[in-house]
Ligand binder design. Structure first.
Ligand SMILES: [Zn+2]
Length: 617
């Protein structure tokens, strides 16, 4: 929602791709039981609208064939006993930003459909193609807005990803047509001048918003609008928006807000879990200690769930949104569960369970909350094949222990998740995370590598880019994450302090990615990205010179996951020593360093710098 959050998450996107392509993936799913015909016997069935009591659900070739008491099925159909459990439609998260492993993680936690509200085309297009081909059944289905409509310099443009902006109503139809050509399932508009956060950004005029809405409706597409203030919510509802992508947190709802929403037949995705951040609350922290969820959370998820932005200085509060939810419920306005994952305080999949809890805290009954993540979003987004348990629907199903229609947190006690009748292999996923945790713990205890005691990594004085320990230097660029930055390295004459050689790093940063990089990488272990305990050292020092631009040192640590921490330095015309304490890199003590990079970017353009006498001290 807020710009800083988006910035952080978009950066994660790039680093995730980077990390995953360079290292052995931490998560390897085993072969699954691909039989997508079976009968689930005796579960309490919540059909998307209400509890229909104990029933059998027969799944045939990925679709629900029949629902009823004591169903007669052919004897070769596998039966799954589920007495005491509750069967629900697979959950739908109506506000996410999907990339990397988002959709896999979502499905692990019972979310079988994500409604994305802005991602890159590089992610959306191939994902939707695979989905249409019936592939990737171990990840949630994706529906996406693709890009978003915003003013030049408006929210959404600050990340470096090219966003096609517009300034006048006359551009609206062409803008909408272009999104539809790209594959957008619906249109997302930003109306947010940042005043809610005590800042300022350009935003679209209400005339342009109305023209976009009309243009989308002309093409039969829904329009969802991001707002932060109540007045904007009212304005876009009056302009004909189909739904709000957040509730406002700047004020208590006026007494007529819900009746306005009801009169205009809008649906609302409150995103309470991300709004808690404005109260300085790490909304997802409680999920990390819930034994029903924790074994399935990656180290990254846990870190993100525990994070939050500082309390809003402008008096924003999630409590206003909860008050509004209660008012909307009374007015029968459709309320959709959405998380805005992966913003701080959230994680794909896991956070839907927090959102359901917060919706109940706001006054929804548990069955109403369950409907907000199943039949209600399916109806609002015209997804006729899902969100309910009924003959002919997709067998996207969630089986949980206990009764979430009484205790909403029972949705966390997952027995099985199926997409199109294929069961997600949660056991293998859990085992792979456990293995990764054990390896990280082991690495933290390990002795430092031989030859690291002196601390010297490279002085290049043998005329090569080899190193005293760990891997040699290697070129690293964002091409691995779809970028077009280029880089080269070579050992050149004339090192720091009059020694013989230094490493020269040149290249060009392409402005197409918000996290663009190019430069060189070194890992302290025998293989790239194997973490090594270097906690006997306290800092990294090196000499640098160059074209006068600012460069970055990136640290990857095992506990820091896929997101590097960084420090900058300036490479001027004369050799200068730079010394950076480990603690400057997100507080690390160096016990699990997995890679160190010297790179240019993210600013676009050519670069040239040299490094020498790189030491840990
Ligand atoms: Zn969002």
């Amino acid at each position: 929602m807020k710009s800083k959050r988006f910035l952080a998450t978009l950066r994660v996107l790039g680093w995730m791709a980077f990390f995953f392509l360079l290292s052995a993936p931490a998560i390897i799913l085993a072969d699954q039981d691909h039989s997508n015909s079976f009968v689930i016997r005796g579960a309490r069935v919540f059909d998307g609208h209400k509890v229909i009591g104990q029933a059998d659900v027969w799944v045939d070739s990925g679709k629900i064939k029949a629902v009823g008491k004591s169903l007669k099925v052919p004897s070769n159909v596998r039966a799954i006993g589920a007495a005491g459990d509750t069967l629900l439609p697979g959950l739908i998260d109506a506000h996410t930003h999907a990339w990397g492993d988002a959709l896999k993680e979502a499905e692990i936690f019972g979310v079988t459909t994500e409604l994305d509200m802005f991602t890159s085309l590089q992610f959306m297009q191939p994902t939707k193609k695979h989905q249409a081909e019936g592939k990737d059944l171990d990840q949630a289905d994706l529906f996406s807005a693709g890009s978003l409509a915003t003013a030049p310099g408006g929210h959404g443009t600050e990340y470096g990803i090219p966003v096609p902006t517009l300034t006048s109503p006359s551009e609206a139809q062409a803008w909408v047509d272009a999104r539809i050509a790209e594959g957008s399932d619906y249109i997302k508009i930003i109306v947010d001048d940042a005043s809610a956060y005590g800042s300022h950004r350009p935003t679209l005029s209400i005339e342009t918003v109305k023209a976009l809405i009309d243009a989308a409706h002309k093409r039969g597409k829904l329009v969802v609008v991001h707002i932060a203030r109540q007045q904007d919510a009212r304005d876009v509802i009056n302009a004909g928006a189909d739904g709000l992508a957040h509730l406002f947190s700047d004020s208590a709802p006026g007494p007529d807000f819900a009746s306005l929403a009801a009169a205009h037949h809008v649906f609302i995705v409150p995103t309470l879990t991300v709004l808690e951040g404005v109260d300085g609350v790490a909304s997802g922290e409680s999920l990390t200690t819930d034994s029903r969820l924790a074994p399935y959370l990656t180290a990254d998820d846990i870190r993100n769930l525990k994070s939050s932005f500082p309390k809003s200085p402008t008096g924003l509060s999630e409590k206003y949104a909860e008050q509004t939810v209660a008012q909307l419920k009374a007015a029968h306005v459709p309320i959709l569960a959405g998380t805005d994952s992966p913003n701080p305080g959230t994680a794909h999949g896991a956070s839907i369970h927090r959102e359901l809890e917060l919706l109940v805290r706001s006054g929804l009954t548990p069955p109403e909350a369950l409907a907000s993540a199943t039949s209600v979003p399916a109806a609002a987004f015209h997804l006729a094949d899902r969100g309910v348990i009924a003959p002919g629907k997709r067998a996207d199903l969630l089986l949980v222990k206990g009764d979430p229609t009484e205790d909403i947190t029972a949705t966390r006690d997952i027995v099985s998740v199926w997409k199109l009748g294929v069961e997600d292999d949660r056991a293998s996923y859990r085992a792979s995370l456990e293995k990764a945790r054990q390896e990280a713990a082991k690495a933290a205890q390990a002795a430092p590598p031989a030859d690291s005691a002196m601390g010297l990594i490279s002085d290049f004085d043998d005329g090569t880019a080899t190193t005293k320990f760990g891997t040699g230097w290697m070129v690293s660029t964002d091409s691995i994450a779809g970028g077009k930055s280029t880089g080269e390295m070579k050992v050149v004459e004339g090192g720091a302090n009059g020694d013989k050689h230094a490493l020269d790093i040149t290249g060009a940063i392409d402005g197409g990615l918000p996290y663009a990089w190019a430069g060189v990488m070194w890992s302290p272990g025998s293989q790239p990205f194997v973490p090594v305990n270097l906690s006997s050292k306290k800092s990294i020092s090196f000499f640098a010179k160059g074209d006068g631009q600012t460069y970055r040192v990136l640290f990857f640590t095992e506990s820091g996951g896929r997101m590097p921490s960084q420090q900058t330095f300036t490479a001027g015309s004369d050799w200068k020593k730079v010394s950076l304490p480990f603690s400057a890199f997100n507080g690390t003590d160096g016990h699990d360093i997995s890679a160190i990079l010297f790179v240019g970017g993210p600013a676009a353009g050519k670069f040239d710098f040299q490094i020498d006498e790189i030491k840990l001290e």
